[in-house]
Ligand binder design. Structure first.
Ligand code: SAH
Length: 263
């Protein structure tokens, strides 16, 4: 319904508090969120930093939120990165870190972890600088719109990343399929889409605010990608660990996939 679809992004604009969301990225506070982050970082590293990894000129991150972890490996193999999000506050929070403004989130434990994965723990300040240099713009984006970045006009990207955004932004499976079609228009033919998130999430907390999520299943994701013009090249998944608890969200597993625009 048009009503619901136009309401979802405004819920984010009004209620999504970037600093509360960033609690998920404070390593060492909750084993489950650490595990989720480690899972993603390992696969980003394998996708962008290994021999034969993805590389190119332009990479666009869709629904970046206030986070940069998802770009730490990619900034070594892409010349330019554009970060995007729907909300003003998230874009400001990102700018704060990019411009080293007071009160910016401390990503250094996460950056050090990624440098360790890359075999270079001592180079973490250089990686931060490289990422700051590589992210050229932070743009407004709405994946529910046919042209998600309008009015910005960009060359087709070689690669898109999107993490934990589809399930947050899309109210229905139909909207999710449409969003994949919209994202496809931002990619060059044969360009890559690197998508990750949680399986079967119905909600997640950001501070004391509860956000509903679209429960995604593997079968749906694979079919929707096929139908919208992508070929799946890699799918990594892991179950939510049985031990430990985190009542901030009810995802049952995590996924990380690489798909390619067919033509
Ligand atoms: N990618 C980040 C943030 C995920 S949280 C990470 O991996 O942690 C979900 C994000 O989706 C929020 O930042 C929210 O503002 C954004 N979002 C919600 N609706 C959106 C829409 N219609 N288009 C683009 N982004 C949207």
């Amino acid at each position: 319904m048009a009503f619901q679809e136009s309401t979802v992004p405004d819920v984010y604009q009004a209620n999504f508090e970037p600093t509360a969301y960033l609690d998920y990225f404070k390593l060492g506070q909750n084993p489950l969120s650490d595990e989720f982050l480690h899972f993603l970082l390992k696969h980003y590293n394998a996708t962008f930093k290994s021999a034969g990894g993805l590389k190119g000129k332009l990479l666009i991150d869709i629904g970046s939120g206030p986070t940069i972890y998802q770009l730490l490996s990619a900034c070594e193999s892409f010349e330019e990165i554009i970060a995007t999000d729907y909300t003003d506050k998230n874009r400001l929070e990102l700018e704060k870190w990019l411009k080293k403004m007071p009160g910016a989130f401390d990503w250094s434990p996460v950056v050090k972890y990624v440098c360790e994965l890359e075999g270079n723990r001592d180079k973490w300040t250089e990686k931060e600088e490289r990422l700051r240099r590589t992210v050229r713009q932070v743009l407004k984006c709405d994946i529910l719109k046919e042209r998600p970045l309008e009015p910005a006009v960009l060359p087709p990207a070689d690669c898109l990343i999107s993490s934990l955004c589809l399930e947050a932004a899309c109210p229905t499976l139909g909207a999710c399929r449409a969003a994949l079609r919209h994202l496809r228009t931002l990619l060059r033919p044969r360009g890559h889409l690197v998508l990750s998130g949680g399986f079967e999430t119905t909600f997640y907390m950001v501070g004391d605010k509860r956000f509903s999520a679209l429960p995604l299943e593997e079968k749906f994701l694979l079919e929707a990608l096929q139908e919208t013009g992508f070929t799946i090249e890699k799918l990594e998944k892991a179950q939510r660990p049985a031990e430990g608890s985190d009542d901030r969200s009810d995802y049952t597993g995590m996924f990380f996939l690489v798909a390619r625009r067919r033509d």
